[in-house]
Design a binder for this molecule. Sequence first.
Ligand SMILES: [Fe+2]
Ligand SMILES: [Fe+2]
Length: 396
Amino acid sequence: MGFESQEERRGQEQPVAVSGSTGVALADGEDSGEGKKIFEVGGKTFVLDCKKAEAVFAAKKVINGIDTMTFNLLPLKYQWAYDLYRNMKANHWEPEDIPMNEDIGQWRSTDQLSDSDRWIIRMGIGYFSAAEGIVGDNIIHVIREIVTAPELKLVLGRHAHEENIHADSLLYMISSLGIDPHECEAMFVDVESIVAKNEFVTRISKDMRRDLDMTLIENIQNLARNMFVFGQCMEGTQFYGLFGMILSLYRQNKFPGIGQMFSYTLRDESNHIELLRQLLMCLGEENPSIWTNEFKESLVELMKEAVELEKRFIDDCLPVEALGLNREDFNQYIDFIADRRLEGVGLAVLNSGVKNPFPWLAEVMDFKKEQNFFEGTVTEYQKTSALKKPLSDSDL
Ligand SMILES: [Fe+2]
Ligand SMILES: [Fe+2]
């Protein structure tokens, strides 16, 4: 498979320090004499002892790297992870800042919403109430626990925190609309397609909650599988049926507050998908023996299963055709999204040539356009402090 670097994929300017996604060598810094060099990281300068920096750099790995309790970020090896962390932090949002008045008015009205509209919102809140917790828990108790490089732990901590924000936003929606919380809980058990989606991911997670010998190929493959399933299958594909439906309603001027929150959530998710994609690429780059043909085929099979589960879920979300919401189109959309995720990690696609049936959604969700779309809407939420002020010591 092709291990493209972050720089190649995103075309971002890299201010520091490494070459390639994993980084094969410590970058040249400006010589400051006595075996020391000046390195620039995120707009700050650091003077590092060359020999010590090279030793730490060489010992940093995705797994089985230097064992340290000091969370020493310097020298950065995984520059992309640090950049992503800064990007995520700059896009921080809080649910209560988003007005829900119009949503409440629509929810209470007798003539502004159809039964389908209400059902989609209930399914959205019901499914994501479980899913956000499952993702955050896996990040903290499986992936962040096993990876060893501090900058990877840093960005994974932010990932988990964003899942907390998403979970909190769902509480805000439930309380604003006056939905019975037990009704949401019951959906985890009663809606068969939600149960199946949750089981699909928790089975990939629960077996890894123990001490694992990460020198064994089998265990490294289990970790790679976990990163693939959570990043590309779940967050990357199985979230997108509901994202599409809720943003379709938003486009019809229904649920403006909920739509806005899901827009912010979607932007966060696109960072999570990229984080787990990069992590998987780096893990594969450092452990090339895991990428057997058999293993790659098993990942494609998992995506196939994820797509089938998502299509069953779409059937449950859209028991009848609703305004602008056509089941077949959503199924095709999931096929399209799944193939983009497979391509992103260098795997064979399932439906070659499948087209995106929602061109307008491409403006919101399409991977290359997401950033542009949000420049006009969500980006205004960015903390000016994170964008404009010089960095402070607490940033590292
Ligand atoms: Fe989330
Ligand atoms: Fe996420």
